[in-house]
Design a protein around this ligand. Structure first.
Ligand code: CO
Length: 480
């Protein structure tokens, strides 16, 4: 029994790890290998970002977060689709490509050559690998520690770092998790490591600044994602400390200097979007999580969802060895709903899904509003931790969830909700995701009917694989 479990796990982890194999080629072609029919109403472009390679000329980097950003574009036009993928030509990409070796430290990456090669080097590479979004007639490849890189939406060619008409100072980060609410683009950036400032930027639909407000933070904050409602921006500050000396001296990566303290509370930072931009902090139990679902206001309270795990999934090995990942001991992310009472400074939370999950998404028209449905990547097992494989539709109204599951050898990434044009109901639309199929070491784009996940509308087979990625967005404009 134990032996069978270990063997099944070993082949699963091997399949999953192979999905991280670098894709060094850049393609451009019509997707002709199609199962099913692509709806004619599905007109627009899906952009998705992720680390395209986890090595430079055979030298392995230390963490998937440090891989060079490779943007995919899947343009849907009158029932046909055109695929493209292209690396973002960041400054780091160009320099490392020319040198043929690793030149930068990263979140979990050291330069080869031991501590002497790394001492006092705090210059990270902007990998432009985390998200890609189109706003104000610009396409941005985003990374949370720096400026976005602007791309040509038709060709994915890199234009260069974008300071948003000097809105961003040279060292001002602009996170990879903006939120769009009522046609406003809300994003944030955390500047500094030992002393940090959180700045929020609100842009209009042309990309012009509407508001900018800042607060100093106390304690170390690793803020990856945010939530937004009509009146508030909300962040989770998980209980981390960073003992950075071994990082400065070149002995450890910054990620290895993170210390998660389960005895300290998680702080929920609530900042008013209007008036004096007042900041309030509520406290709750210790947990860690990268991503949040949605937030909304109701009856004087704030509600939100967040994916919570008991600890931080820290890299243990000195060198990246994904095929040795032990999912039996990997902290599982579960979805919780929180109720915040600002007047009473009280927080309560309840678990609403025990299946391991990540990459939550809602119909974008429901951001900041009370919603019924949430879509996520999810584990195959309903209880155990594991790699992300399935797509889960959570129905908070009926409690009757649905799962589309390409396990044992398929691995679905983030589901992106595409609203049906002129659709009214919250789940009237499609879910699109890139799925890695380990059986043939290729990927496909799956289109599911968001109303009924058993209804697979189409599968569009790529001629190659695309490594497991991070985030993307749909734009109802065709860029071929
Ligand atoms: Co993210």
């Amino acid at each position: 029994m134990v032996q069978a479990h270990l063997e099944k796990n070993a082949s699963l982890v091997k399949d999953w790890a192979r999905g991280y194999e670098s894709q060094v080629n850049e393609y451009s072609y019509w997707l002709d290998e199609v199962e099913g029919m692509i709806p004619l109403e599905l007109q627009g472009t899906l952009f998705r970002n992720g680390a395209g390679r986890l090595e430079i000329n055979g030298q392995k980097i230390g963490h998937p977060f440090d891989g060079d950003g490779m943007v995919c574009s899947i343009a849907f036009n009158q029932g046909r689709t055109y695929f493209k993928n292209r690396y973002v030509r960041t400054e780091g990409y160009r320099k490392e490509q020319a040198a043929g070796k690793i030149l930068y430290r990263g979140f979990g990456t050291q330069k080869p050559g031991g501590w002497l090669a790394n001492i006092f080097d705090t210059n990270f590479k902007n990998a432009a690998n985390t998200n890609v979004i189109y706003w104000g007639d610009k396409l941005w490849a985003m990374w949370e520690g720096g400026h976005p890189y602007q791309l040509v939406p038709e060709t994915l060619e890199t234009i260069g770092e974008d300071s948003l008409n000097s809105l961003l100072e040279p060292n001002q980060p602009f996170s990879a998790h903006p939120k769009i609410i009522n046609n406003h683009f809300v994003n944030f950036g955390v500047k500094g490591i030992t002393s940090q400032t959180l700045t929020i930027f609100e842009l209009d639909n042309l990309g012009n600044k509407l508001k900018q407000y800042s607060h100093p933070l106390t304690g170390f904050a690793f803020l990856h994602d945010m939530l937004v409602t009509d009146n508030y921006c909300i962040f989770m500050q998980h209980p981390f400390q960073v003992k950075g000396l071994p990082f400065l001296l070149g002995f450890k990566t910054i990620e290895q200097c993170f210390e998660f303290n389960p005895k300290q509370p998680t702080k929920i930072i609530v900042i008013a979007r209007h008036g004096d931009h007042n900041l309030e902090i509520l406290e709750t139990e210790a947990f860690f999580g990268f991503h949040h679902g949605n937030a909304w206001e109701k009856d004087g309270k704030i509600y939100l969802e967040s994916i919570c795990s008991q600890s931080f999934p820290q890299t243990q090995q000195a060198e990246l060895a994904l095929e040795k990942t032990d999912f039996d001991h990997f902290p599982k992310g579960e979805l919780w709903e929180f109720e915040l009472d600002l007047a009473q400074k009280a927080v309560s939370r309840r678990k609403i899904e025990t299946r391991g999950c990540e990459f939550p998404a809602v119909n974008p028209m429901w951001i900041g509003k009370e919603h019924r449905y949430l879509y996520m990547s999810a584990c195959d097992s309903p209880t155990a931790s594991g790699p992300l494989q399935a797509i889960l539709k959570l129905d908070k109204g009926s409690g009757e969830n649905q799962l589309w599951n390409p396990a044992p050898r398929g691995f679905a990434g983030e589901p992106i909700f595409v609203p049906r044009p002129h659709g009214i109901e919250e789940d009237d639309g499609w879910l699109i995701s890139l799925v890695y199929d380990a059986a043939i070491h290729r990927s496909y784009v799956v289109i599911l009917d968001a109303k009924d996940l058993d209804n697979v509308i189409a599968k569009l087979h790529l001629e190659h694989h695309i490594p497991h990625g991070f985030h993307g967005n749909w734009i109802p404009k065709v860029f071929v």
